[in-house]
Design a protein around this ligand. Structure first.
Ligand code: ZN
Length: 211
């Protein structure tokens, strides 16, 4: 296993549209080694997720942790369907944009279809934070960074973010009320809780009807 170097914003690899993975190479030792290295790199830098282009490999592979129970998992050649026009706002950061945060509005309910690292197809329907993480990582495969999608007035260095809190809420409450704000956020979460639903993937060999 090896810890890989993480490309920083400005490196052209982060702006490339990544190539699909040929499923035939998934079982190869080289590809499995790459998966191990991507995972170890994500752990090393304490990321919630990591996409292959972030370690200079422009191929359609991401690894991310949707929940503690599921643990880290791979998404190879992922495809997202957006299931609602409702958006959910979250302050995002990125291992390729060190020390920055900004608010990003993303689709609140998605379906993701992908292959796992053993080549097994999987389909998940996601709401809340898991949906956000998948969209953030998937964007990396299309050369898109969270700063492209963020509310620009909320961009902050991490040190200032910790000092002043979210800029889109600044002035709405005193700093000492931040705890109340966090409580309010919890209440919002309760209304639209995180959800991970495993949908039956097509059995191998089944040819889905084009739609
Ligand atoms: Zn990122």
């Amino acid at each position: 296993m090896a810890i890989l170097h993480v490309a920083q914003m400005g490196h052209p690899v982060l702006r490339m549209v990544a190539e699909p993975v040929d499923p035939a190479i998934i079982p190869t030792p080289q590809f499995q080694q790459f998966c191990d290295d991507l995972l170890e790199t994500m752990f090393e830098y304490e990321g919630q997720g990591l996409a292959a282009p972030q370690v200079h490999q422009p191929i359609r592979v991401t690894v991310l942790t949707l929940s503690e129970e599921r643990g880290p998992e791979f998404f190879i050649n992922p495809h997202i369907d957006f299931l609602t026009e409702d958006a959910v706002r979250f302050y995002e950061g990125c291992l390729s944009i060190e020390g920055m945060r900004a608010a990003v509005d993303r689709c609140a309910h998605i379906r993701v279809r992908a292959l796992d690292r053993d080549g097994t197809p999987k389909v998940l329907e996601l709401k809340g934070f898991p949906a956000i993480v998948v969209q953030h990582e998937n964007d990396h495969l299309d050369g898109i960074l969270f700063v492209d999608r963020c509310d620009p007035g909320t961009l902050a260095f991490l040190s200032e973010f910790r000092r002043f809190g979210p800029l889109d809420r600044f002035g709405e409450e005193d700093a000492e009320d931040l705890e109340d704000a966090e409580d309010a956020e919890d209440a919002e979460d309760a209304e639209d809780p995180d959800e991970i639903r495993v949908v039956d993937a097509q059995p191998p060999g089944h040819t889905p009807v084009a739609s």
